[in-house]
Design a protein around this ligand. Structure first.
Ligand code: ATP
Length: 647
């Protein structure tokens, strides 16, 4: 006999223990309903036989090989609703929900197999006729247990409920205040898939919850067909949210935030059906097709979830609304229980085998149950210690921040005022300094212009005096007894007046120091390089200044650069004043006059001119006076030091 099913041992152990590790398999309980009166009336045979508490034995009609399916628990038609509730370990799931886990219980099977009966019990036999408590389904029993459990917890617990159906691939709110309308299914990282704008109703009593359940059941779409007088035409999801809220906590409804705390979801799937068997037509057939498609998508996801490699990749949960809303229960962080329901009739065996295979695959699917994030659930000690440390650090930082903010306005204000004052003061200083510099520059320019004008005037006077002096010194007629030897010099001797010859020769007639060009000993310098004849052919501007020392042997280049002292000498000035400029640049400032006040700089040139002017005036007057006297003998000229000796 072939046996398929759960590799786990005792179903009670596995179902009671809840999450056991990172990978937790979906628990599957198989329920075989009793033969219905219709099936018995038709004389149908049972093809199923329960062997023990976990094995279902299938005996195909016509003598085929027996098959055995092993599940977490197998319940035959004699099992009561209380047995199902107990064996399924729903209390354990309720405890997990109270601890913050997300738990799902869903029923699966062929139409008319007893799914709704298992979850909610039989429908009322008539209006106002209550369903016996013994027939109450898993949901009512869970409600009773949960309300009682919460009452005895001793801590405040908030209970809320939502109830929706997926009908023809549309989500409808079974608890909506108005007419149910299609709601969108959204996804975000925190919540995964969720229904937007779904009404979540808080309740505080069993009666209130039962009313919500009845409200939803009465709104849920159902129809009658051959196999079921009250066949559900939609998948229905009732979710209980269990939380222990903080005082200021506002229960999230559909804001996109993940609900804090655990939940317990009951999913009553619509039954798969063969349209030929049910005789569905029109709307019923459309509903059947929609139901079958969504169940096919669910089966596909389950098959893919069995493959560990495929599980890490893409699972097509988006293929239907049903798979979207069950994604977390099947492949995510939830704890899931599946109750597979089958009919014992041999006439339903193909659909029963399909359900059994389906359930067999499902129980090999694992989830990774994740602990709660609810503030009401105690975290592990290590995490709790870390949280306390972070809270303390946070408090300390807040305290420091408060202190800084208390002090900051004064400090900040003072710094700002200081900065403003200083910047403004610096700006003012810069402006004043700029104004002072501008004024000084204007004075300097004025002084410079004044000095230039004065220099020009003096130069003119010097030039005039030199011209007069030259006239006075020159011999008017050839052969005159008073002929001055100066006249024997080059014709342009007047241009070489300054400086006077360094050999101190004195004109024997006028008794004035001879200019270099007039001096009989002028060969001291110039004859060595340039003969007077050569000089005579040169323009005045091209002639080397007479005071310039002979150039370096072998070099024909005449020096052009002059030092400052050269510029302060009258020869240079004289050269300038005659209009024969030899150096195209302005004279450098005196090196030793850096400490001199700006207004006095450049005055030295004027001072020299003034001295020169006085010397020339004196020289001219002397020349004029001497011109009236008898010239001395020529021998006196041999004693140059007699008259002009500096000593
Ligand atoms: N364990 C059971 N004991 C007695 N009657 C049952 C049991 N299970 C189911 N029934 C009856 O069988 C019929 C079909 O049951 P139910 O409506 O729960 O099936 P279903 O799987 O929900 O069908 P559908 O998918 O069409 O909604 C109902 O009349 C129900 O009372």
């Amino acid at each position: 006999m072939e046996e398929r099913g759960s590799p786990d041992g005792d179903p009670a152990r596995s179902l009671e223990q809840g999450p056991e590790g990172p990978e937790t398999p979906i628990q599957v309980v198989l329920r075989v309903r009793p033969m219905s009166t219709t099936e018995l009336r038709r004389g149908e045979q049972s093809a199923l036989h329960c062997s023990g508490t976990r094995t279902l034995q299938v005996s195909p009609p016509g003598g085929g090989p027996d098959m055995a399916f092993r599940f977490g628990a197998v319940l035959d038609g004699a099992s009561t609703q209380e047995d199902v509730f107990r064996v399924c370990g729903v209390k354990r799931l309720g405890e997990l929900a109270l601890r913050g886990f997300s738990c799902t219980i869903f029923t699966f099977g062929q139409t008319g197999s007893g799914k709704t009966y298992t979850l909610t019990g039989p429908p009322p036999q008539g209006e106002g006729v209550p369903v016996p408590a013994s027939l109450a389904g898993i949901m009512q029993r869970t409600f009773i247990w949960l309300l009682d459990r919460v009452q005895h917890l001793g801590v405040p617990v908030t209970l809320r409920a939502s109830y929706l159906e997926i009908y023809n691939e549309q989500v409808r709110d079974l608890l909506s205040l108005g007419t149910p309308r299609p709601l969108p299914v959204r996804w975000n990282k925190a919540r995964g898939f969720y229904v937007e704008q779904l009404r979540v109703v808080e309740f505080g009593s069993l009666e209130a919850l039962m009313e919500l359940l009845q409200m939803g059941l009465s709104r849920r779409r159902s129809s009658s067909h051959t196999l079921n007088k009250a066949s559900s035409r939609s998948h229905a999801l009732l979710t209980l949210y269990v939380s222990r809220p903080a005082p200021q906590q506002v229960p999230p409804v559909d804001s996109g935030e993940a609900p804090v705390g655990g939940k317990l979801c009951f999913v009553d799937l619509a039954g798969s059906e063969k349209v030929a068997a049910t005789g569905s037509q029109g709307q019923l057939m459309l509903e059947a097709n929609s139901i079958n498609r969504s169940l096919l998508a669910l089966g596909h996801c389950i098959s893919l979830l069995l493959d560990p490699q495929r599980k890490q990749s893409h699972i097509p949960f988006r293929d239907s609304k049903l798979t979207k809303l069950l994604a977390d229960s099947l492949g995510g962080r939830g704890v899931t229980l599946m109750v597979a329901c089958v009919s014992p009739s041999a006439q339903c065996l193909p659909e029963t085998l399909s359900t059994l295979r389906y359930a067999s695959r499902a129980q090999r699917v694992t989830t990774r149950p994740q602990g709660p994030k609810s503030p009401g659930v105690k975290p592990p000690p290590q995490v709790e210690a870390e949280m306390l440390q972070l809270q303390e650090e946070n408090r300390h930082l807040r305290f420091q921040l408060d202190q800084m903010q208390t002090k900051a306005p004064g400090i900040h204000g003072a710094r700002e005022a200081w900065a403003q004052r200083n910047l403004y003061g610096m700006l003012q200083e810069f402006m004043l300094e700029n104004e002072r510099l501008r004024k000084e520059m204007r004075q300097l320019r004025s002084s410079r212009d004044l000095a230039r004008a004065e220099e020009h005037a003096l130069a003119q006077q010097v030039h005039e005096l030199e011209r007069h002096l030259h006239s006075a010194c020159s011999l008017p007629q050839k052969g005159s007894a008073h002929m001055c030897p100066c006249s024997t010099g080059p014709a342009a001797s007047c241009h070489a007046l300054p400086p006077l010859c360094s050999c101190y020769h004195i004109c024997p007639l006028c008794r004035i120091s001879l200019a270099h060009w007039s001096c009989p000993r002028r060969e001291c310098y110039l004859p060595q390089t340039l003969e007077p004849e050569a000089l005579g052919h040169m323009s005045l501007s091209a002639r080397p200044p007479p005071w310039v020392p002979p150039p370096h042997p072998g070099s024909s280049k005449l020096p052009q650069e002059r030092c400052h002292s050269d510029w302060t000498q009258t020869p240079v000035l004289a050269e300038m004043l005659t209009g024969e400029e030899v150096v195209p640049s302005a004279p450098p400032l005196p090196t030793g006059s850096s400490n001199m006040p700006p207004m006095l700089r450049g005055v030295s040139g004027i001072s020299n001119l003034t001295q020169r002017l006085e010397a020339l005036t004196h020289q001219m007057s002397s020349s004029l006076n001497l011109g009236q006297k008898q010239p001395q003998p020529i021998e006196d000229m041999q004693s140059p030091g007699q008259g002009l000796s500096p000593h």
